[in-house]
Design a protein around this ligand. Sequence first.
Ligand code: ADP
Length: 187
Amino acid sequence: MIRVVFLGPPGAGKGTQAQRIAEKYNVPHISTGDILRAAVKEGTELGKLAKSYMDKGELVPDDVIIGIIRERLSQSDVKERGFILDGFPRTLAQAEALDKMLGELSMPLDRVIYLNVGDEEIVKRLLSRGRVDDTEEIIRNRLKVYREQTAPLIDYYSEKCLLAEVYGVGDIDEITKKIEDLLGLEG
Ligand code: ADP
């Protein structure tokens, strides 16, 4: 049972690392980016709304995302196994809403893993990834949005003594190992 948030800039490797930890320890991996991309692909109302923001590198409105997470966190696998949140929270309002939800569910967070990667490396990675929202202009905007709206969460969780920082450049297996050590998981 672990309850963890992965924090960090776009392209830091949150998705890769979150998925590895989730698979290894059989914990649900909840990625808001994946949920939204699936909705876009299916052409649902949520997908149409989300696409208009994602295409510009903007954040989907807080109430929409918070509703999605509220529903997901109420499911039984989360209660039994915990969760790895990847891509949420991304704003202070989302972080406060998460605290409230977890308080109501009596499921406190164990750790926030902050994957730290510098801007230059990020732009390089995202340009080579080639997702539809990975053009240079949209990447720049995602980074700006990250700095303005998401980076303040580093202090937020640091003050709650939940933050653990991992340098996200280098061998992928070694980064996974560092995260496992921080979470107190055995290889
Ligand atoms: P990245 O790889 O850039 O970190 P994600 O795959 O996590 O991006 O998310 C892609 C896009 O989905 C974001 O740019 C944003 O538009 C939207 N999105 C994902 N999570 C959130 C969230 N918590 N709040 C608002 N928008 C979100």
